[in-house]
Design a protein around this ligand. Structure first.
Ligand SMILES: [Zn+2]
Ligand SMILES: [Zn+2]
Ligand SMILES: [Zn+2]
Length: 281
C-alpha cells in the first residue's frame, strides 16, 4: 500500500477555519512589554496580583478590516492570543519592527496558508524582512520542504514609511517613529485609529500624520523613564499635543498596576489590557 505523503488534515487546499467575525473592530491581543507580565521570577505586587488586567501578553493587535483580519506583529504569544479571542484566521500581517517580542510568533502563521488557499501576505520594511529571513531561515530556504506546511508560506510586500498601502479593503498609513535614538519603527493608522507601540519619540511630520484621531494606542512602558519607550509622563505629553478622543496605553511593564495607575490618568486616557476591543469605524 502506498504511503500517503500528506496527512489528510494538512493538505494544501482551502479549508474553512473556525473563527469569529471582528469586522470593524481592533482587538489589543497583547499589551505587555517584551518579557510579558507577569515576568518570570518576579515577585512584585503586579506580577503576583492575579488581576486579569495585570496579565499582559507580548504586544500585538488585530484589525477586522472589510476583507479580513490584519494582524500587527507576530508576538511569541500569538497562538495563545488568537485562541483566547477565538480567532481562527489571519488574512494578512503588518510588522512594526523586528524586535523579538514582535516577530517570534512568525512560525504560527503556518496554519493560515491552508485556510487562505495561498501564502499569507506580509507587509514590512526590508529591515524586518532581513530579520525574519535570518531568524526563520527554514521558511525561506531554497528547494522543497520536508512536507507541506513545514514552514510558514508568506508573500512579502515592502512598505515605506509615510506611504499608505492598501490591504484587505482598507488604506493603512505606516507612520515613522523612533524607538530610542538609533532605531526606527512604524506605527499604523487606519481611518481615525492609530497604533503606535515601541516609541520614544515622534518626529514632527509623523505628529501631523496622527492629527484628528478618535483613538490612539500608545506605548507607555512605566512611570520611570526608559531610553527606547515613552514613560507615562512622556506619553501624556503626546496625548496633550495630539488630543485624540481616547488613548489606550500599551507595552506596559509590571511597574504599571492597572488599578493604581488607571485612576490617576486624565479623562480619555486609560491603561489598555489584553482583549480590549476598539471600534474602527
Ligand atoms: Zn516591544
Ligand atoms: Zn513584576
Ligand atoms: Zn521594540
Amino acid at each position: 500500500m502506498a504511503i500517503p505523503t500528506l496527512l489528510p488534515c494538512f493538505r494544501f487546499v482551502k479549508k474553512q477555519p473556525l473563527t469569529t467575525d471582528i469586522s470593524g473592530e481592533m482587538i489589543l491581543l497583547g499589551t505587555g512589554t517584551s518579557v510579558g507580565v507577569p515576568a518570570m521570577g518576579c515577585h512584585c505586587e503586579v506580577c503576583t496580583s492575579g488581576d486579569p488586567k495585570n496579565a499582559r501578553t507580548r504586544c500585538s493587535a488585530i484589525l477586522g478590516l472589510p476583507e479580513g483580519n490584519l494582524l500587527i506583529d507576530t508576538s511569541p504569544d500569538l497562538r495563545t492570543q488568537l485562541l483566547r479571542e477565538k480567532l481562527g484566521i489571519v488574512h494578512a500581517v503588518a510588522y512594526t519592527h523586528e524586535h523579538s517580542d514582535h516577530v517570534m510568533g512568525f512560525d504560527d502563521l503556518r496554519l493560515f496558508q491552508f485556510y487562505l488557499g495561498h501564502s499569507v501576505p506580509v507587509y514590512l520594511t526590508p529591515v524586518v524582512q532581513m530579520r525574519l529571513e535570518k531568524a526563520f531561515d527554514y521558511a525561506f530556504a531554497e528547494g522543497p520542504q520536508t512536507h507541506v506546511g513545514a514552514a510558514p508560506s508568506v508573500e512579502m510586500h515592502e512598505i515605506k514609511p509615510g506611504q499608505p498601502f492598501d490591504v484587505l479593503g482598507a488604506s493603512v498609513l505606516p507612520i515613522p517613529l523612533k524607538h530610542g535614538p538609533r532605531f526606527d519603527v512604524l506605527g499604523f493608522r487606519v481611518g481615525k485609529v492609530a497604533y503606535c507601540t515601541d516609541v520614544s519619540h515622534i518626529p514632527a511630520a509623523s505628529m501631523e500624520m496622527l492629527s484628528g484621531l478618535d483613538t490612539l494606542v500608545l506605548d507607555a512602558l512605566r512611570p520611570d523613564p526608559h531610553v527606547t519607550h515613552f514613560n507615562i509622563e512622556q506619553a501624556l505629553e503626546i496625548v496633550q499635543q495630539l488630543q485624540p478622543r481616547q488613548t489606550w496605553f500599551t507595552h506596559c511593564s509590571c511597574s504599571m498596576n492597572y488599578r493604581a495607575v488607571n485612576p490617576t490618568l486624565p479623562v480619555g486616557v486609560e491603561v489598555g489590557y489584553d482583549g480590549l476591543r476598539i471600534d474602527l469605524t
